[in-house]
Design a protein around this ligand. Structure first.
Ligand code: GSH
Length: 119
């Protein structure tokens, strides 16, 4: 069974959504980024970058960070959600990269400067 380390954030929710779509069991482990839990030693051992989400196996032998990488891993490992047709596959990656390289960083900065970063 997978473990998902996440919080109620746009990047986090992608992982449980994919696991639900795939029909795969997982356990959800809250990492409260508002309280700084993503910078704890225990969490940094999973992701030295100190960010959610992280997907691990039950024994935590395998830990994967970066939401887009996690989505691609799950789709390839379980043979669903990612077409083998080159054009359809490219369209999926097109949307994935729009989010990973543009929308997500913009949301992250807006969240920081509009909420967390205020004095
Ligand atoms: N590129 C990363 C971004 C991860 C990210 O920025 N996560 C945010 C929540 S959406 C986070 O952990 N923020 C806490 C922090 O940066 O300290 C991904 O897609 O997984």
């Amino acid at each position: 069974m997978y473990r998902v380390y996440a919080f109620a954030t746009p990047n986090s929710v992608k992982v449980p959504i994919a696991l639900e779509e795939l029909g795969i069991d997982y356990t959800l482990h809250a990492v409260n980024v508002r309280k700084g839990e993503q910078k704890s030693d225990g969490f940094l051992a999973l992701n030295a970058n100190g960010k959610v989400p992280v997907l691990t196996t039950e024994d935590r032998d395998f830990a994967l960070t970066e939401s887009a990488a996690i989505l691609v891993y799950l789709a390839e490992k379980h043979g669903k959600l990612l077409s083998r047709d080159p054009v359809r596959r490219a369209r999926t990656f097109e949307q994935l990269f729009v989010h990973a390289s543009g929308l997500s960083p913009a949301f992250g900065q807006a969240g920081y400067f509009l909420k967390l970063g205020r004095p």
